[in-house]
Design a protein around this ligand. Sequence first.
Ligand SMILES: N[C@@H](CCC(=O)N[C@@H](CS)C(=O)NCC(=O)O)C(=O)O
Length: 267
Amino acid sequence: MANERPTGLKANKGIELLTFGTPNGWKASIYLEELKEAYGTEYTWQSINIFENIQKEPWFTALGPNGRIPVIVDHDQGGFPIQEGLAILNYLTRKYDTEHKFSFTDPFDVSRMEQWMAWQHGGLGPMQGQANHFNRAAKERIPWGMQRYVGETERLVGILDNHLKDKEYLVGNKYSIADISSFGWIHILLFAHVDLDAFPNVKAWWERILARPAVQRGVLVPAKSEISNDIYLQRLADDKEFAEKEKILREQIAAAKEKYGYKFASP
Ligand SMILES: N[C@@H](CCC(=O)N[C@@H](CS)C(=O)NCC(=O)O)C(=O)O
């Protein structure tokens, strides 16, 4: 299943998830694993290799017009498709978290949950995504872009750290889709050259969530990621060439910060 190039939907019942092993993809796969464990909600998945641009093919964009993963299709609701992580988490909650095991009923907690999810969707995800882009994918190393987006990611992780100072979870001291929304980005924080140890409350929260069996299964959909914090550290230890490249990148980011007088401030 994982190695076949998808050309369309495969399932005809339950939820079908079209995804890849990234923080946005994990929002859907982790939540679907949680719902499966808690309620028996059935789901299947297909791997959409974003490096092969399967997400830009007409069959895919007919379901997710933005041409990005994740997308889910609810076969039990006439094949209704949903794109965007935030909308997927909300749809699944309304339809399938009937006992509010991962969500809230109190309107103020519902609002708090929405606020943290909006914060992730408009802040942490896009900024960290741009940090990775300017650090690694951009055709040239642009110091301004590197320090701007790594710095903005640090600022945002600082916000999270401050909020989690006396809390186990983001809202109402209960694990919810607000936590699921941001977890994946922290799960690859080291890859963005942001030091997780500098944010002890975030680190403890990340470990707490990672200890959940459904989360451990969710981050393996569709396959183990090369860039999650644990594997990143392992590669640094095992692969000399990789470690050398990362050292150079770390120095470039430090030089970029120095050049523009970057100072950590959060907020
Ligand atoms: N706001 C969207 C972002 C989705 C997104 O950027 N997905 C990335 C993977 S993390 C993707 O599909 N990239 C492939 C591309 O840009 O074509 C969400 O939260 O779902």
